[in-house]
Structures are given as structure tokens and as C-alpha cells.
Design a protein around this ligand. Sequence first.
Ligand code: SF4
Ligand code: SF4
Length: 519
Amino acid sequence: MTSFDGLAGAAAKHCQLPTANPDMAATTPKLADADAPRTSLPIYSANVDAPTATGGALPAPPHNHSCGSHGPNIDYELVLDCVHCGLCTASCPTYVETSNEADSPRGRIYLMRQVIDGTLALDNDVKQHLDLCLNCRACETACPSGVQYGKLIEPFRVYMNEQEPGRQTASLNALQRFLLFNVFPYRWANRIALAPARLMQWTGLDWLTEKSGLMNLVPRSLRNMKNMLPELKPHYGSLPEILEPIGPRRARVALFLGCVADSLYPETNYATAKVLQANGCEVWIPRSQACCGALHYHAADEVTAREFAATNCDAFGATDAERFQNVDAIITNAAGCGFQLKDYAHMMHGTPQAEVAARFQSKVRDISEFLMELGPVKPKYALNVRATYHDACHLRHAQQIFKQPRQLLEMIPGLELIPLPESELCCGAAGSYNLTQPEMAERLGDRKVENIASTAARAVFTGNVGCLMQITRHLKAAGQNVWAAHPVDALWASYSGEMPPQLKDPSGAGTDSKTGQNH
Ligand code: SF4
Ligand code: SF4
């Protein structure tokens, strides 16, 4: 793996850059070194130079853009927005874990710029540092210069894929690829694929095969995927296409169900529909809705992703401007899907559906964002639990939604919300990242659970299915008895009085569903 010395040294061969601090190579912990000391997350004021892995502010590489005329489709002005101050480094999960400048946002921008300029070869080391990026956008939130990192890394990855077709999924085996692109994006296929796992969990066969060692006969990749599964709840079946509001109608909304989330966490879609009803919303669940397209888009399959986007624009009525006026909002409870749906105009740019996509996108709202805009009905039943909240990257950094979920949770009687250290740091889920970069995903998952444990919370909430799976798995591995759920699950429990079993602790002390009192 490239240390910053290697990176600057390689670049210097071409453009006479000063090389970085030679001590760096000796002090940079490698990713494989699980015992490497972790860097805490210091907070820097915007007018103070952050200490950097190179011991100071990074010099800008010389501008030599003419070298890379056939490079990635990136607006070069966006690259120049980075002034190399380093204020983003402390918020970058990969840099925090490795302390390697080449694994920081600034280092990656530096690498991309050198490749675009033609002064650095796009070799395996460079690719590895770029692949290790979670695309979590924490650097965008931290950057005082407004660098749009996502608009750099995404086209750059498309470029890397063009240079080497299929490379983004090369680390996956055939079964993983099949599941990722042919099963996960389809709700019914997911339900069928998960039926054996559900049955095994319910009958205890799951536990038996694990204990007897039979599970070791299953291919490792399948075993790993099975280990990622949460406790699967019964599916709600099929909700009516229209759910009437409770009380006077305050809004008419369309509900986006997602694909894999609907099978893994059906209770959350159910809770979302019920909470919307309880808030006076007429809920329309379009039957022909499809996957948001994120899985394919991030694997550089733009064609399929656009097909999904076109299907959704049609299903939610955005193709008919007049009819679409009757929809006040399109609601999603999954941060990753929400971000993708809010990016449809960009995704469909230059196609005949661009205008329709922009119309669709303008009405997409995360459930917490929408409820706080609407003015939520006060939750009724108490949930006497000490809880904390993890910011899903696609909600916090990509959509700048962080106050609303906390505000909703704080409305719940009895719920004590404790700040989570490093709540903005990615948990390592990041779409299919835990399949393609399992080592870093493990480190970040462990780190997240250590932080959760430090709060002594008995519940952790987060607004994204991938985060829920990752956190649940790591909590289980660490032997932590903590309920991991979506904020809307807690809200519905408080509206309905139907308390989740996870809130009943092994000692028998729990929350009375009607009075909300501990007993
Ligand atoms: S991305 Fe922003 S915060 Fe990071 S080095 Fe560049 S200008 Fe500074
Ligand atoms: S997107 Fe996340 S992992 Fe990638 S450089 Fe930015 S902060 Fe680091």
C-alpha cells in the first residue's frame, strides 16, 4: 500500500514535488495492523492549520492539466477548489483508522489530480487508496472550502471502471454478484431468497447448524452474508395501495418501500406507513415502484440504474405534471435510497427524462425531514430507555439531515437520548463496502460498537438499513444486548404502545407497554 511518501515520491518523479516527511513511512500504521493506535477525532477551528500526517499544510501540486486529456470526466475547477488545508482529514474514517495521508480526502484529491494531470500513473497502489474510500461524504461536511468530493470520486471511479471493466465488483464472487444485482434490487426476489433463512431462524436450525459446525460446510462467502442478516421479523404481507389518514387529512404522500430493506426490516416500512397515517397523511403505496438504482449506479452500471429511475418516475406519477401535483411528498426511510432518489435529475441528465426526474426529485423527503416539516403528532406511550443515535452518512453528510431524527426521538416520553461519540463517523457498511473492503469495514464496525458501548445505551437508532445491519452484527459479536432500530420504529412504538421485545432486558425489567413504567 502506498504511504504518502510513496505517493508524493511517485508524483515528484514527474513534477519535482517536495517529498513528504521521511519519518511518515515508519509511523504510518498499516491497515492489516489491528493493534495500530487509533487516532481520536480532534476538533480543529477553521482558522487553525490542522496538524497533518506530513507535519504541515500540503503543497498544491503544480498545474499540468494538459497531460491528461483523455482522463476522467471531471470538471477540473472542482479539483482546484481544494486548498489542501487538511481540515477534512480528522473526519475521514479511513484516515482516522490508518493515519495514512493517501487514505485521506486531501490525499485522494491529490492523487486524482496527479492522475488527471498525467504526472502519476493509475497503478494498483493508487487504485487501492481510492477504492478504500467509503464515499461517505464526511469530508464534504467538514470542508470549509465547499469541495464537492463526491463529484470527484464518482466520475473518477467510472473512469477506473472504463479502464478496467468489472473491476469494482471483481473482489466479489459469482454468487455475491448475482445476489447484489439480480436479487437485492427486487422486493419479491428478496423475500423468496430470504425465506429459508427466516425459516431457519424461527425453527432454531440456524443456531443448531452454527453450533454443530455444519455451517462450516457452506461456502465462506455465503456464510459471511448469512452472518450479516439481522433477526428476521415476519413480513407485514401487503399493505393496501391507499391508507387513509387518521383524523383530518394534512397531506397526501407516496411511500417508497425500497427493495432489500423491505425484506430485512419489514417492520420499519410498516411503522413508517402507520406513523404517516397517525400524522394525518393519506399514504399511497405505488404498486409498480422499483429499486432506487443505487446498487447498479455505484457499480458503474448507469444504464440499469436509469431504467430503475425511469420506472419510479412513472410509478409515482411524475410523468404527468398535473397528476403529480396531488402528491405532497415521496417518503423514504432509507438514507441511501433517499440520497439516490434526490439525485435523479443528475443521474438522468442529458436523457429525455431529465425534466421528469427533476420533478420527481423535488418531492423526495426522508421520513424524519418530512415529519418535522409537517409538525409531528406528539408520541403518547413512554419508552423508558437510554438511547443513542448514529448518523447514517447518506443522511448526515449527503442530505445534511441530522437534527430531525434526534428531534423526533427526543419527543418520545421516557427516552433519554445520549450523544454518541464519533456519531458522524461511518460504521463501515457503505452499500456493498463490507463485501468489497471487508477489513476496513470490520475495523469501522468494531469502532462504532465500542463507541456505542461507551454510552451505556440500551438502544441505538439510525436511519439506514445498511448501518442497521452492520451495527447489529457487530453488537452481537461484541455480546452487547442493545436494540438497534430505525427512529421510526421507536416512534411507532410510542404512538401505538406496542413495545419491541428487545426493550425487555434479561433480568425481567422492561417497559410496560401501557404505562411506560419500568417494572
Ligand atoms: S477537501 Fe477541503 S478541507 Fe480537505 S484539504 Fe481540501 S480544502 Fe481542505
Ligand atoms: S468520502 Fe469518506 S472515506 Fe472518502 S475521503 Fe471523504 S471522508 Fe474519507
